[in-house]
Design a protein around this ligand. Structure first.
Ligand SMILES: [Zn+2]
Length: 165
């Protein structure tokens, strides 16, 4: 498992990460800038902790999101789930990469709830790029962020629930 901090301004870091995770450098820089810019759309009057997310669909589209908080604190929603909600309700089901950006350093990772939410829609090999305030980043596969995960394929087919006997 790699938690090496890389630099988005270092093209050797970027090109190596892109080769490893099968995206183009153009897609990488788009994911970085879009997740960073999405922070500006956050509604976070309580934490003041802005998070932006951008998702790359398999057919090359980007869907962005940001965190949306609530006066009843636990009701607030993270940037990743906002972005995936938009993507899924727009009909997207296959994704190539995920990016999240915050105003802190080192890079922050998706919370546990978001890791599970992402797991519903992404292959375990899907890369998650995590950017800090200065563009440094860590990238890990979903499988590394959520080992031994539970996904839709674990459920029995509808109508075939095991008997209680
Ligand atoms: Zn989250």
């Amino acid at each position: 498992m790699s938690t090496t901090i890389l630099q988005s301004a270092d093209e050797s870091h970027v090109s190596k990460a892109c080769q490893t995770y099968s995206i183009t450098t153009t897609q990488f820089h788009a994911l970085h800038s879009r997740s960073r810019d999405a922070k500006a759309t956050a509604y976070c009057p309580y934490s003041q902790f802005r998070v932006g997310a951008s998702i790359l669909t398999e057919d090359g589209q980007y869907i962005d999101g940001a965190n949306v908080e609530n006066a009843s604190y636990p009701v607030g929603t993270c940037a990743e789930r906002v972005a995936f909600g938009k993507a899924v309700t727009d009909g997207h089901r296959k994704f190539s990469a995920i990016a999240v950006a915050t105003d802190i350093s080192p890079p922050a990772s998706p919370c546990g709830m978001c890791r599970q939410f992402i797991r519903e829609f992404c292959e375990l090999s899907t890369p998650v790029f995590m950017f800090d305030k200065d563009g440094a980043f860590v990238v890990m596969k979903l499988e590394q962020l959520l080992p031994l995960s539970f996904g839709p394929e674990a459920l029995p087919p509808l109508g075939e629930l095991p008997s209680k006997a």
